[in-house]
Design a protein around this ligand. Structure first.
Ligand code: BGC
Length: 408
């Protein structure tokens, strides 16, 4: 890019070669890597070399553990993927670089829930990249056609299809039995059965009545029912391996966030043809979201570098290219969705609608709504319930209620 073009786009390229700028994140699958590559290339074009520091593990728990270890050792990275209210905790500890940049200043640039995530007491301390929708179901259209089965729009339809798939040697529901995947599935089921208003009363306001409501039992029971649609090879399977089962027709469906779409894109698959996306039953108009954000560590921050980092990530074209690779929608408002497929357009439409109507559902499994301690405890309770049939739904409901209240 020429200097003139850079100036027109509002960038100031770095004058000379800079020390490496290491970025800690948990994007290690094919689609995630392709998306990170969009950012790396964008920065590199402007003279900032992204030194990759990926930490394997969907959902980011391992990445957060490694980040803490590095900070305690006095060696924080230049930038890190930290998401949700956790950003505030890092800011309160004094580690984060304030991002006082005119591009991030206008509050109208993002929907209010996103502005609230990145701003602490008026000061911006994180750069958002894109928005995930989690309440998706990914289907292989070929297996439905071959067996002449309808696409399920209710839970009972979906459960009734299972024996037909099994008879054909196809796993009805691909899944990986990992704590974060089970928690992701449970929160999706709660949203599906109880709706966004209840979801907020339960997870955000922690209302006593909601915590002990029978709809929590219903979601736990449905989680156990869905387990019967999975295969017994699911232990420790990673989410992208489950996606691969769907892509290859070894499984019919997967319930998971739209990072799956990023994966399908990286494998050269096309939405509407090679795979289908359907909102999880009962959630057509709902948006269970997570937002990916980066922070910069003040100990490492060079003003020219962090400004360029902000400018690159927030630039319109980066927002589009990144989301096309990641399976997400751009975090900035008013970005044209012309280049996107129907899944992304649906996500965009529902996100803006739900935002305007105050019924967005922030993902707890993906760090959007609670403290990291509450999130870990939530993952563990659901995981134990999922693994051990002796734990009754009533017991799991009380454990969740007590823990969420105690660790809020
Ligand atoms: C992150 C995504 C990531 C997914 C699976 C989520 O918590 O927000 O960016 O692709 O985990 O690793």
């Amino acid at each position: 890019m020429t200097v003139l073009m850079s100036l027109l786009l509002g960038y100031v390229p770095l004058a000379s070669a800079q020390p490496p700028f290491d970025v800690l994140h948990w994007w290690t699958s094919a689609g995630e890597k392709a998306a990170a590559e969009v950012l790396r290339r964008q920065l590199s074009d402007h003279g900032l070399e992204w030194a990759d520091y990926p930490v394997r593990g969907g959902g980011g728990e391992s990445a957060m553990a490694v980040l803490k270890a590095r900070v305690i050792a006095g060696e924080p990275p230049s930038a890190a993927q930290i998401i949700g209210p956790n950003i505030r905790h890092w800011q309160a500890l004094g580690f984060l670089q304030p991002l006082d940049h005119p591009l991030l200043a206008p509050q109208w640039l993002f929907e209010p829930v996103i502005d609230q995530l990145i701003r602490v007491e008026g000061e911006v301390v994180a750069v958002p990249v894109s928005i995930h929708r989690i309440n998706w179901m990914w289907l292989n259209p070929r297996v439905f056609e071959q067996l002449d089965l309808p696409l399920p729009t209710t839970w009972s339809q979906l459960i009734e299809l299972a024996p037909r798939f099994r008879a054909a040697g196809i796993v009805p529901l691909a899944h990986g039995n990992q704590a974060w995947q089970n928690a992701t599935l449970f929160e999706t089921l709660l949203l599906s059965l109880a709706g966004p208003e209840f979801y907020q009363r339960y997870f955000i306001h922690l209302e006593e009545q909601a915590l002990f409501d029978d709809r929590v039992l219903d979601a736990l029971i449905l989680l156990r029912q869905l387990k019967t649609l999975m295969d017994d090879q699911m232990h420790q399977r990673e989410w992208q391996q489950a996606s691969q089962m769907v892509a290859e027709g070894r499984a019919a469906m997967q319930i998971m966030g739209d990072w799956v779409k990023g994966e399908f894109t990286a494998w050269g698959l096309e939405a509407g043809k090679d795979y289908l996306c359907l909102a999880v039953p009962g959630t057509n108009e709902q948006h269970l979201y997570s937002v990916d954000t980066f922070v910069l560590f003040s100990q490492q921050a060079d003003p020219a570098q962090w400004r360029l980092f902000v400018e690159s990530l927030i630039a319109e074209q980066t927002q589009v290219d990144f989301s096309l690779a990641k399976g997400t929608i751009p975090v900035r408002r008013q970005i044209a969705m012309d280049d996107f497929d129907d899944c992304a357009r649906a996500s965009d439409y529902v996100f803006r609608q739900a935002s305007a109507e105050g019924r967005l559902a922030p993902s707890v499994a993906h760090s959007m709504a609670t403290s990291p301690q509450a999130e870990t405890a939530f993952h563990e309770i659901i995981h134990r319930f999922f693994m051990d049939e002796r734990v009754t739904p009533e017991t799991a409901r009380s454990q969740l209620a007590q823990t969420l209240k105690a660790l809020q």
